[in-house]
Write a protein that binds this ligand. Sequence first.
Ligand code: HEC
Ligand code: HEC
Length: 370
Amino acid sequence: MTTRALVLSLAATAFGCKSKDEPKPTGGSGSGTATAETPRAAPRPSQAPQPKLPPPPDAGDPKKVALGHVLFFDKRLSGANDRSCYSCHQNEDGNGGHDPIAIGSGDKVLTRHSPVIWNVGYWNNAFYWDGRAKTLEDNAKGAWGLGNMGGAPAGAKPEEVTAALDKRAADLAAIAGYKPLFEAAFPGVKEWKTEHVTGALAAYMRTLVCNDTAYDKYADGKKDALTEQQQRGLDVFSGKGRCATCHAPPFFSTAMGVEGGAYFNTGVGTNAPEDKVDIGRMKVSNKPDDWAAFKPPSLRNVTKSPPYFHDGSVAKLDDAVKIMSSGGIANKHKSPLLQDAKLTDAERADLVAFLGALECGGKLEEPKLP
Ligand code: HEC
Ligand code: HEC
């Protein structure tokens, strides 16, 4: 079943169940011909065939990737020469962020936690926690020009942002070591602009593919890739715990690979006074139903990327899983798909062990800067 079909069938399940206390179990893992229609057919979801990741997105010209790789690590992109993209997406943090709330160039405290960017090229028109950027190029421009990197002065109008970044692109391309990299990536170009830098950064990010986890090996048929406990954890994940509703394998985010993404209110961050709540997707869509709804992150590398959630409010994975498995945090718009799964401590421990099977093998390699 496609991810989109899965989302639709799950949405149908949710709406069909609105008046009942307990929604039907979604069952299954979304694999092959499995189970949305016959949720109880597979008593152990872990023993059914598991969905495999589609081939990596096309990153395009390797010379663009090479330029983007260097730029990603270069603090000279930032307003105060103090942040590179890598500053907030480091290997030590599973390539998510270290600080609960990211701290941008000039030590400006931003509003959200940095997400893991493995497999970011699989998002489709849905970048950032709220999906406000349509492409990786737009995402890179936002990250570079605005608060994260401060590539343009604070408060600059959109055209001023572009002008400031065009100047920065030209300055970078004029550095002796960079010139050949820019010229190889964009043959024939004489005037260096924002789009060359963002195009190269986007190309590099499309190569950040995590497809070698224990889960991926298991999906490939290597049955001992998951321990017994992890297999039980996968049963909970795709069965009783209903995590797969929003974190469907193989992406572990039901929003990945779906045009425009998908957003759910789990209640995270809604404890604040209402006018202080980050309204998430609603800011993009203007739909009241999207109040405080966010994109489910891919859980790949989740064991390595504390703290958790869009506000970095939870330090320990077990506590994040507790919140999710007990039905989220009550508020006026909580998703009906999130219910207390009434897991035992042993089931939750199995679930956390399974999340350990989503650790990515790769790391971002630090290049030599020109
Ligand atoms: C100061 C820390 C910081 C820096 C520097 C930074 N980022 Fe991020 N990044 C974040 C935060 C925070 C978010 C989430 C923001 C949001 O959703 O509103 C994010 C989100 C992203 C995403 C979206 C991931 C997703 O799941 O949709 C990508 C891709 C990304 N950053 C790439 C970059 C690139 C490329 C650069 C350099 C040009 C960069 N970041 C620099 C903190 C940072
Ligand atoms: C209704 C959809 C939904 C269901 C069901 C769901 N999640 Fe989530 N999950 C989300 C969303 C949305 C977020 C991001 C919330 C935020 O930060 O505001 C999230 C975040 C998380 C995070 C934090 C990841 C990070 O990198 O910050 C973990 C861990 C997690 N979920 C695990 C689970 C587990 C385990 C289950 C099953 C018990 C589950 N989720 C069920 C939607 C869901």
